[in-house]
Design a protein around this ligand. Sequence first.
Ligand code: HEM
Ligand code: HEM
Length: 179
Amino acid sequence: PKADPAKGKVIVEQVCAACHGVDGNSVASANPTLAGQSQSYLLLQLHNFKDGKRKDPIMMGMVAPLSDQDMANLAAYFSEQKVKPRDATDKTQLALGKEIYRVGVASTKVPACMSCHGPAGKGLPEKYPRLGSQHAAYIVKQLNDYKLGEVRSNTIMADIAKRMSDAEMKAVAEYISGL
Ligand code: HEM
Ligand code: HEM
């Protein structure tokens, strides 16, 4: 059957809202904002947690009881929510972050993030996630997870994260959080 966001909302209110917010805008910086994220990307991540391809103890527990239909309903619900704009909290490295996001780092062959995540951070259909207004701390953790390849793997992002220093990750994450 077709994905039904209203059925997704029932599960969100009972389970997901505690960490991701009832409207998909999370408060704590370890919990990603899901509002406005693409439906296909959200669904892929839920399946990745379920199949153990992406390892997070909390989220693996959350998806265990969910059916494929539940996950489709949840992805539909969150993708329809509006993301709340956020201001970067640490503004000291925004110039470096902007340079990385929009141009990349020529010397270490880090490509411009914009080419896949969009000039305004909204992502590109279907598989390139929205990054704009995401928590900086969550973004830094994901970049490190891709770099180490133990709990999250993606060929493209692993190759990019391996070329980035801690300072570059922090700078680009702060810039992205304010997009
Ligand atoms: C990550 C959905 C419940 C904590 C995620 C992601 C999705 C998701 C799609 C990946 C986001 C991305 O890649 O951008 C859901 C759904 C839930 C739920 C549908 C309810 C059924 C919860 C709860 C908690 C939680 C209750 C806290 C107790 C987290 C954390 C991450 C995450 C910490 C990031 C994991 C990491 O660092 O990779 N969730 N979530 N979630 N969620 Fe949930
Ligand atoms: C995922 C950051 C460049 C393709 C992600 C995520 C982050 C990120 C934080 C995880 C999002 C989430 O969990 O919600 C960056 C940064 C970049 C960059 C900082 C520049 C330094 C690129 C480029 C491409 C790309 C150039 C395409 C060639 C993807 C794809 C995913 C992704 C396909 C989803 C992977 C998955 O399913 O786990 N990126 N990105 N990114 N990015 Fe990038």
